[in-house]
Structure formats: structure tokens, C-alpha cells
Design a protein around this ligand. Structure first.
Ligand code: HPA
Ligand code: ZN
Length: 325
């Protein structure tokens, strides 16, 4: 059987992790005080009482306002450094970290402040034996024009970013809305992924657009793909990485999508386990492995396969993969 010691000790890569979603209540309060930002909460219990969500929209309504405490470069550094220490404790050897520049530039924080703070933590993570990289996400509920400007800003920091993604509210915001930005990013050598959140109105259509038209290399969540066997076959054949997040799923739906995860493993899809927004969904990556293993009685062999998939779906060289596999 799979123990929590086993899931913790297993070397793994984390491919679906929003750095803003690692803001723990304690750090939130500390930064609020340091930056004189009134978030309307004074104690950890106050903060936790606001963590009341049942779907993507109600989660995002709690998530974005909390980011006001992030003001200076050192705040972004402290946020990322706190996560990277936890990653090391979880035996995460490689992590590709999402960040949402528009959630900060839209409230007056310069792009440079965000990326320089995060990047310094990425550099310092080498001392923790954690190999880290940054993926810039567009907020899909913002305009195409805003995405265009954001990509232009990112190009000034091209060497600090390995890829782009799409997150935030998926409702009526299909991947194709950003086809132009994805093409431009691919032309600049950036890797491509997009959230296809679970049980969205047009899940299958969004997955189809992402795979057949936009040539993404991964799907974040994406487990609704099981509804279309042809797309499952395509994902397996193209070695598309799917980044499932069991504990996150359990907040916005009645289950952790364990049946889908098992089915996709059987179909040979490169599906992995990740933590999404661990400070908000009660668990870091090892907790996610353990929770899904317990609830769906996954075998040790299946857990090992999920961890292998995490390295195989990572945006690292084959040579680097050999170090981990
Ligand atoms: N989906 C969409 N937006 C998000 C997520 C997610 O899983 N996490 C943080 N922002
Ligand atoms: Zn996510």
C-alpha cells in the first residue's frame, strides 16, 4: 500500500503550480503588515474563514483580492522562496512555476517587479537542489489586447521564461481567443500549455482547439478528455502531458477525478499529479499523491508511473530527464 512517507520521498516534478496560490495565510498577514495593506483580516483564522469556495469563479473571487499584499520585488521573492523550500521538502526535483503578471500589472505593479523577484528565487533554488523555471500565464478573462501587451513585456525577459499558459475564468474564454499570442510565443521558442479546467461548459471543444489547432504540449487539468476517445488517443500518441490536481478538483467538484486519472494512465497518457494552489486547497504535492492514492486505491506502481510521467512531460532535455528517471 501507498504511505504518506512513500509519496513524500518519491522524486517528482511539479508542472501545475500557481505561485500566487502558494501564499499561505501567515505570509499573507506578514506582507499585509509590512506593506500597510488592509486585507480586512487580522488572524490566520480570519483568513481561513474567507476560504469558502465551491467552483472556479468563487475560488477566483477569494484568490485575486489577496494578491494586493504583493507589492515589491522582495515580496515576490519571499513568496517564491517559501514555496521552493516546501518543494524541496516534498522531493520536488524540478518545478515549472506559473505566474500571472496581469494580476499584478492591472493593479499598478510593474512587470519587472514581478519577474525579477520570482526569478531571483528560481536562481537561489539551486542551493535547495530544486531545478525551477517560470511559465507566464495570460488571464483568459482579460482581453486579447492585454495579452498582446503582456507578451511584449515578457519578451524583454525572454531568457527568464520557458513557456506560456492560460488560466483564470474559462467560461466563454476558449483557448482560440489567444491563438495569435500562442503563435507568436511559439515562434519565439516558448513552450505552450493551457488550462482546460474540469467540467467546464465547453471542455471537449476547448481541449480539441488546444490540441488540434494550437498545438499545445500540455493540458492543465484536462481530464475531461476521457469523454472523447479519439482525443485520448491523440494525446497518448503525441505524448501530451496532462497535469491533474486532485485536491484542487475536490474543492470545485464532488471528486478528485481519480477514475479519469486511472483511465488515462491505462491509455498511456502522460498524466501527472500536481498541487495547483496548495495554500488554498489544503495540501502540497505529496499530499495530492497521497489523497488520490488513498481514495482510489492506487498501487505503488501507478504512483511511480505518475511521478515518471511528471519528468517525461517536463520541458527539460532528454539528458536532464535521465538524471531523474
Ligand atoms: N484554473 C484556473 N485559474 C486558476 C487556477 C486553475 O486551476 N489556479 C489558479 N488560477
Ligand atoms: Zn491551475
Amino acid at each position: 500500500t501507498v504511505t504518506s512517507e512513500f509519496t513524500q520521498g518519491l522524486p517528482k516534478a511539479e508542472l501545475h503550480l500557481h505561485i500566487e496560490g502558494t501564499l499561505e495565510p501567515q505570509l499573507k498577514l506578514k506582507l499585509a503588515q509590512r506593506n500597510h495593506v488592509d486585507i480586512g483580516q487580522k488572524t490566520i483564522e480570519d483568513v481561513q474563514k474567507t476560504y469558502d469556495y465551491h467552483d472556479l469563479a468563487s475560488f477566483l473571487a477569494v484568490y485575486y483580492p489577496a494578491m494586493n499584499v504583493l507589492q515589491h520585488e522582495e515580496d515576490f521573492y519571499d513568496l517564491a522562496w517559501a514555496y521552493l523550500q516546501r518543494a524541496a521538502a516534498n522531493n520536488v526535483r524540478h518545478v515549472e512555476i506559473f505566474f500571472d503578471p496581469q494580476a499584478h500589472t492591472s493593479r499598478g505593479i510593474p512587470f519587472a517587479t514581478v519577474i525579477n523577484g520570482l526569478h531571483q528565487a528560481v536562481v537561489d533554488a539551486r542551493a535547495l537542489n530544486v531545478d525551477a523555471a517560470l511559465i507566464m500565464c495570460f488571464l483568459r478573462d482579460f482581453s486579447k489586447e492585454s495579452a498582446r501587451q503582456t507578451l511584449a513585456q515578457a519578451m524583454q525577459y525572454r531568457d527568464k521564461i520557458i513557456g506560456i499558459g492560460l488560466d483564470s475564468d474559462e467560461h466563454n474564454n476558449p483557448p482560440l481567443k489567444f491563438a495569435r499570442q500562442f503563435e507568436d510565443a511559439a515562434a519565439a521558442g516558448l513552450h505552450l500549455t493551457t488550462h482546460c479546467d474540469i467540467d467546464q461548459k465547453d471542455s471537449i471543444e476547448h481541449i480539441r482547439q488546444a490540441l488540434e489547432i494550437m498545438d499545445v504540449e500540455r493540458l492543465d487539468h484536462g481530464t475531461n478528455i476521457v469523454e472523447d476517445p479519439d482525443l485520448v488517443a491523440l494525446a497518448a500518441q503525441r505524448k501530451i502531458g496532462l497535469t491533474a490536481c486532485p485536491l484542487s478538483n475536490s474543492f470545485v467538484s464532488p471528486d478528485m477525478k481519480g477514475k479519469e486519472i486511472t483511465e488515462l494512465l491505462k491509455a498511456g497518457v502522460q498524466i501527472s499529479i500536481n498541487s495547483d494552489d496548495p495554500a488554498y486547497f489544503k495540501g502540497y504535492i505529496s499530499d495530492n499523491y497521497y489523497a488520490v492514492a488513498q481514495k482510489y486505491q492506487l498501487t505503488q506502481a501507478q504512483i511511480i508511473q505518475l511521478a515518471k510521467n511528471s519528468f517525461n512531460a517536463a520541458w527539460i532535455s532528454d539528458q536532464q530527464k535521465q538524471l531523474y528517471l
